[in-house]
Design a protein around this ligand. Sequence first.
Ligand code: PLP
Length: 449
Amino acid sequence: AYTETQIEQMKKDDMRYFLHPTSSIFDMESWGGPKIIEEGNGIRVKSVEGEIYIDCGAGLWLNNVGYGRTELAEVAKKQMEKLFYFQTFNGYSHPLAIEMAKKVAEMIPMDNPRIFFTSGGSESNDTAFKLARMYWYLQGKPNKNHIIARTKAYHGVSYGALSATSLPGFWDGFRPLVPAFQHIEHPHCYFCPWGKEQGSCNLECAEALEEKILELGQDNVAAFTAEPVIGTGGAIVPPKGYYQRIREICDKYDVLFIADEVITGFGRTGKMFGMLHWGVKPDIMMMAKGITSGYIPMGAVGISERVFTLIRNHGIFMHGYTYSAHPVACAVALKNIEIIERENLVANAHEKGKLLRSLIRDLDLPCIGEVRGLGLMNAVQLVQDTETRTMFNSALGIAKRVSAIAWENGLALRPLIDDGLQLSPPLIITEADIIELVDKLGRSIEQAQ
Ligand code: PLP
């Protein structure tokens, strides 16, 4: 345990030396420093002050198996001692990279895929975009280079991934972006941009892809990329039929379909991969986060036979990261996937997600507009008026206030843009935990109004 003086010094040192990713420095100053977490167990974390919080966000949507898994620490230690690293460039390999590639290839909903390894989601996205462009380049179609993404997408922050991302603030100061990226409106029935009601529309959100391809010219479009369920943009689930129609449009215009399963992969949505909800196979798939439950950085890209064949005939993919297929990451990932399978965490995500959404709806609070999600990838939409679905005035205002109060009530709860609250706990969550979480959430929302 730390003394009050030590904690104060730590906060000062943090503010003095540490530039945080995507954190308001003004907010941190007003709190007198960051919230410092030092321990985790199951779905809970402990601050340096000794307070316990339910982790409503699974870290950053990544912790599927929960905190404190000694099994994962043990395999990491063993692998570090045996062979902490060797390159997989230049024709080298190691047994766990081979085992991991085989494991992932056999799990993902793709035809006869090959697996490329990265250290995280942004790298997986850049890899996927480069593969898509190379695929057309190798067919003598270098102009087929536009990649279409969607508003509210989050694909990461490296330049390629950032150019696909479309959330407020992320582009400010970083333009020009990679010009090949284009965006169409994302699907969200509750706030349908076409003013339609779910079930009585013509999937205008999917047709928007066809319009964009025609606008750019099919000979100029390489790929369409989407998160199966939009994550950071608000846990937004598309309407029935959306991805089937997207796949048809991609096939009609010879455009690759790329699925960013960085959050949805490895069980979070109540199926092992998000696209399994729609039975649609992507040509390229990005993974990260849940692949190791975040115990160690790792990402992967699934490459369908269609795309791989071109690379294979060309003979080389001139792309790679020093840490691609890091042996320790492979060891942790294999054990993590074993735990997800052994403990039926995918089924638990499905069941507990349903319970979570239903208990939040039962709170029947006047400012809860929509409770949405799949499995344990959920958001609560706060609105000023549920009849007209009018949002509160200030972006982040109410959700930020709820989060601040929730912290006092024992929840580490993150506001999402446009008055959303992220509810994506580790997949090991129990019924009793859900009841406690919803009770604390309800009280926090009431106190914030
Ligand atoms: N893609 C999606 C869908 C994500 O949610 C994220 C991160 O939240 C990324 C990509 C970027 O991953 P990373 O932060 O590991 O680079």
